[in-house]
Design a protein around this ligand. Structure first.
Ligand code: G3H
Length: 553
């Protein structure tokens, strides 16, 4: 039984209407049509959409409106609230109250109740697919297929999370007896979680922390990424209607002014942040009692690809293009430097340059488009500086089109040979520049990885089982995923996603995330007759939500 209302229009979701296939595949949406101006004043706090009367941030699209008669100027998509410190702290207050030191209805609710709320949210979310996908394209320039994929993958993640929690709960719904002590072990929430996702996956990566944090019984304050903010507006009502008051709260505004006071208050128990290690370190240090703060961090990366002498050239090329340039290289998992053996170097380089120059550039909704305008202001200039630095130090732009800038669109540049004195050697470009280095001895890329501050993933291209096998053993101790003849990537979401050194803290996957946002707790008793009778009564008469042998089907 849930302790909050379901309004009559909200049909209880079930397996069938949670299906991604059933409807709303976005076929009716005209991506080229600019979205309606989103004049957002509301933000969600304590179960209410509050109205913000203060300053707001204008949202400019990286895209231009190309429909007939439209002015050739940046499209203003809308505005969102720029909360101040007091409003942000009020959102945190609401989350703290709803958690109520673990006594609130949400953290003490049976797992079944929390699953029902998340199912309801997923059901309501799916109804807003078109709007969210449309805004993904216009706010961050993600292609239509990738925007649709981001939405659908997020819904799938929610469904997988529900299944994983059921499985976890089933395994916990029994007693253990050891050394004469009987006990039941389950996972309990941590408290208040602050969740912040990145602009490249403003929906998916925000929700891959938000949903597990919620379903484990934490209350949440979440802040949208720096771009991809308006696309969360259609979901505010779904959050309000699916969860009890105060369980989900939003803060909007300048991260540097509203987030530090939240951490400094000492009332955030869990920080889920995807961004740079520099910002994450700064935030963690603000907590007055850092040992109380659980951090779940997805941070910087500079994943290398190593193309060995016996690599399948065509395969290596197609995986490297995909790995380096999907969503314009704006993925933490992107291949950000490619080491190629001397014997293949010239062929690889010319093949890469030819492939890169055939990638279709344009707007996200145009069929076959792979390279789109970049959302960050000043990004094309920054990428130009990286390329110029490399060229000044002896590299060249290999593909004829490379580095051309048209408004926010940067034509991918293949830069080679990149050497240790160049910025591109270490700096995470997070954009469409593909640095290529050459090596004679595989110890050279291995030394690069060992001396790197990053430790997320690597891609190895080669065919000799002995050589690949010998590389796997040291590499798994340097990075968290070794990809064989495949690009680097996060998914499938059932696999652990993490990193070493400056690349991550904590592990995310569907099942790992449930663990990371919770702590094991147990109820134990000496196995006396009186205790056995007591526990039996509690369980039989359902006096506790925690101490229970109910089996979740
Ligand atoms: O930006 C980092 C993302 O976690 C990458 O995910 O490999 O599925 O694109 P992806």
């Amino acid at each position: 039984m849930l302790s909050f209302d379901h309004s009559p229009r909200d049909t209880r979701p079930n397996e069938e209407n949670l299906s991604l296939q059933a409807r709303d595949k976005g076929d009716d949406m005209d991506g080229a049509q600019r979205p309606a101006f989103s004049d957002q004043r509301e933000y969600l706090v304590d179960g209410q959409l509050r109205t913000w009367d203060g300053n707001r941030q204008e949202v400019l699209s990286p895209l231009r409106d190309r429909t007939a008669g439209a002015p050739d100027e940046p499209v203003v998509l809308g505005r969102y609230p720029l909360l101040g410190e007091a409003a942000a702290l009020a959102a945190l207050d609401a989350a703290v109250r709803a958690y109520d030191h673990g006594r609130g209805p949400w953290p003490t609710m049976p797992v079944e109740g929390r699953i029902a709320a998340v199912e309801k949210f997923a059901f309501l979310m799916r109804e807003r697919r078109d709007e969210v996908v449309h805004l993904l394209m216009w706010e961050i320039g993600k292609t239509q297929p990738d925007s649709e994929k981001e939405f659908d993958r997020t819904l799938q993640y929610i469904r997988d999370t529900i299944d994983a929690l059921k499985e976890l709960d089933r395994a916990s719904s029994r007693f253990t007896v050891a050394e004469g002590i009987l006990g039941q072990v389950r996972r309990a929430p941590l408290g208040v979680a602050l969740c912040m996702g990145p602009f490249n996956y403003p929906l998916n990566e925000t929700f891959t922390t938000l949903i597990p944090a919620l379903i484990m019984g934490n209350t949440v304050v979440f802040k949208p990424a720096k771009f991809g903010v308006l696309l969360l507006r259609p979901l505010l009502e779904a959050f309000r209607d699916a969860f009890p008051a105060g369980v989900v709260n939003t803060v909007y505004g300048e991260g540097r002014s509203i987030i530090p006071p939240l951490l400094a208050s000492g009332r955030v128990d869990c920080l889920a942040f995807i961004g740079t290690a520099r910002v994450a370190d700064g935030l963690k240090k603000l907590h007055p009692e850092p040992h109380r703060l659980r951090s779940v961090l997805g941070l910087d990366a500079k994943n290398p690809a190593i193309v060995l002498a016996d690599a399948d050239l065509e395969l290596a090329l197609s995986e490297c293009v995909l790995g380096a340039l999907s969503f314009n290289g704006q993925r933490c998992t992107a291949i950000k430097i490619i080491f190629v053996h001397d014997s293949l170097y010239e062929r690889f380089l010319s093949g890469l340059a030819a492939r890169v120059d055939t990638l279709k550039r344009g707007n996200p909704w145009e069929p076959g488009v792979q390279i789109t305008p970049l959302p960050e202001r000043g990004k094309t200039e920054y990428l130009g500086e990286l390329v110029a630095d490399a060229v000044q130090r002896g590299a060249r732009v290999v593909n004829p089109q490379g580095g051309r800038v048209e408004d926010r669109l940067f034509t991918p540049a293949v830069v080679a040979p990149v050497t240790a004195d160049m910025r591109l050697w270490r700096e995470e470009q997070f954009g469409p520049v593909v640095p290529v280095a050459r090596f004679g001895d595989v110890a050279e890329p291995l030394d690069y990885i060992v001396s790197s501050n990053y430790g997320q993933q690597v891609s190895l291209f080669g065919r000799d089982p002995r050589a690949i096998g010998a590389l796997i053993d040291p590499l798994v101790n340097q990075v968290s995923r070794v990809n064989l003849n495949s690009q680097c990537q996060r998914g499938p979401d059932l696999f652990p996603f993490t990193g070493r050194k400056d690349s991550a803290e904590g592990t995310l996957s569907v099942s790992d995330a449930l663990r990371v946002f919770s702590i094991r707790a147990l109820v134990a008793a000496k196995g006396t007759d009186a205790n056995k009778a007591l526990v039996t009564d509690i369980v039989r008469d359902h006096h506790s939500n925690w101490l229970s042998t109910d089996f979740l089907f």
